[in-house]
Design a protein around this ligand. Sequence first.
Ligand SMILES: Cc1cc2nc3c(=O)[nH]c(=O)nc-3n(C[C@H](O)[C@H](O)[C@H](O)COP(=O)(O)OP(=O)(O)OC[C@H]3O[C@@H](n4cnc5c(N)ncnc54)[C@H](O)[C@@H]3O)c2cc1C
Length: 622
Amino acid sequence: MRFKQIIKTTLISVVLLEVITSVVGSEVPRSSVDDKNRGLNIKYRVSNNVEDGAEEDNRAVCEKKSADVVIIGAGYAGIRAAVAIKEEAPDLSVVVLESSNRIGGRAITSKIGGYNVGLGPKWLNEGDSAKRTPTLDLFDEYGLNYVVDDALNMTAFTFSDACTTGKDTGRRLSNSSKLKKAYALLDRVKQDSVIDYSTKKRTVDFLETAIDRKLQNSCVVDQVSQEDIKNYQNRFQNQIMDCVIKKAKKAWANDKSYDDEQGALYEYINCGYDDTDSLEFLMKWFWHDFEFADATGSIYAVFDPWEVSGEAYYTVDGGYAPAIKKYAEENKIEPLFRHRVKSIRYNIRKEDSDVRAGVTVKTNKNKCIFYESQRVISTVSAGVYNNNLIKFKPKLRFNEKKFNPMKINRYLNIWYQFPTKFWEETANQTHWIYTLRNENYDGVSLNWQNLDREGMYPGSKILVLTLVEEGFVKVFGKKYRKEKLPTRKLMKLLNPLKVVFGDKYKKPIKTIYNRFHGDRDFGFGAYSHWDKGYSPYDYFKFWGGYDFGDYINPCNHNGCNGRPNKPNTEWILYLSGAASCLELYEWVHGAWYAGEMAAYLMMESLGIELDDWKGNHPCYES
Ligand SMILES: Cc1cc2nc3c(=O)[nH]c(=O)nc-3n(C[C@H](O)[C@H](O)[C@H](O)COP(=O)(O)OP(=O)(O)OC[C@H]3O[C@@H](n4cnc5c(N)ncnc54)[C@H](O)[C@@H]3O)c2cc1C
């Protein structure tokens, strides 16, 4: 894409400067005007009268600053939006406001036992044959490592309820010959045509009761055979997923206002998913719950995560954070840290001025600043809107409650580092270790990712446990919002490992976990998924960044906040971020493209002409 022509941009800056100067007189300190990245960063305090658009906060009048474009958030979307503007319209002044003190947003690196791990996103996609993902390019450019993820490489153990209820403290790996013999005998009796009916019934009842009792009262651990795993995987992927995806496609094609849908879980069951079979539960957990951080959700959202976007890679140099930090540095994007946006105003009209919007910020020093601008791009997560953590003035026409299907979910990762690799004997090079109760199974302590593998973090002795929304609620309760998790609970989650590995199991020496559940900057959750009961119309009305021709009326969405009755939107306020890219929502490369698209649409709305990008943009295409 090439920058062709800029209409107004320099003019806008000059006019803005003049307007502000005329308001405050010529003594305006110009100390920060020279800050390239912040553009018209004019700093002054309004004395007695509050300016149009300026906010009062704790009775103190906000300091006032300006920029052509305000971007909220320094994650992948915000940084890409800032760079895209720099590339195409370098004369526009841009300020990036970030609540935390770092670049990356949900991409965060941490250390355990000397190993850099990504606390947020970790998987990287190749892209399809037409388009390589830009995030993969970044990793290559900066020499950051990743390995092919053999997603289906798993070892699974099942165990009976008695292993955890304390009825039986012993642990037996039951290739249990006694049980097998009992089952074989039962089969023979059932098929025998010689024994009379009542003897047969009595014998069958006796054997079944004995088997039940044995299963209930003894702790039996089984390693699921690789053949069984493959069979379950094949059935789930080829029959159930295939069927559910067809239903999703049909929902999109046939009924775009399907408000009373039954939800994804209902459709899985309709497609033959048997939730009374523990191994089938495991497959569904892996294919759906683990990907979407949610066991249910909407049929509109279902796709096969292991089939889309080409090869999946696992990042091993601290996840996604280093790449976006380097990209921001290289492009000289310097966000203003510890600047938390409290409210967004997007209806400012000043005569002879291009100012249309403004955001009120609280800094860590409790200072209030009002940034006025022509345009605002918000890249905060859906969770921030879900919890009304930013106020809109005026209220959004298509508001959060009624129209936004994207609901934030919890996705807790806990890294445990052990003194020994006690799983070596049985699951040495497998990627996933599953510990699954035969009955009363749930998504708690189910899925352990083995990082101690060639190409990953060999020698690390680290397993990562994941709990998604339902499992999280089960352990910590529905309303849990503290960042710190109770140590007792973190240790209790290890019980299935003790059961499965018996005497070999050793207590962890280090534990870390991600804290999205307790962080308001992410709306108290990790990433969002399409909730049931919302139609695509709702989605478009809330997020607004699409032009589907007749599908959604122009100007009938939140992005259309220009002059009333103006046929084309002005995009004064643009709700961007990963949740806003329909085709790729909540992927990191989706966030990248979402920020890019916001920047393009916004620049076009300022009269800046760009090469045609719409036909070839992953977020813009339907
Ligand atoms: C645990 C986890 C695992 C994931 N796994 C993967 C994966 O494997 N692969 C993948 O592709 N994707 C994954 N994702 C999703 C991916 O991380 C996100 O979709 C993507 O990083 C979002 O980028 P963003 O820029 O849209 O938003 P964010 O990264 O959330 O950036 C928004 C920024 O806004 C800031 N902010 C919030 N409120 C305010 C405010 N009021 N004022 C100022 N600033 C504010 C935040 O601090 C943040 O820096 C995962 C996410 C999580 C949490």
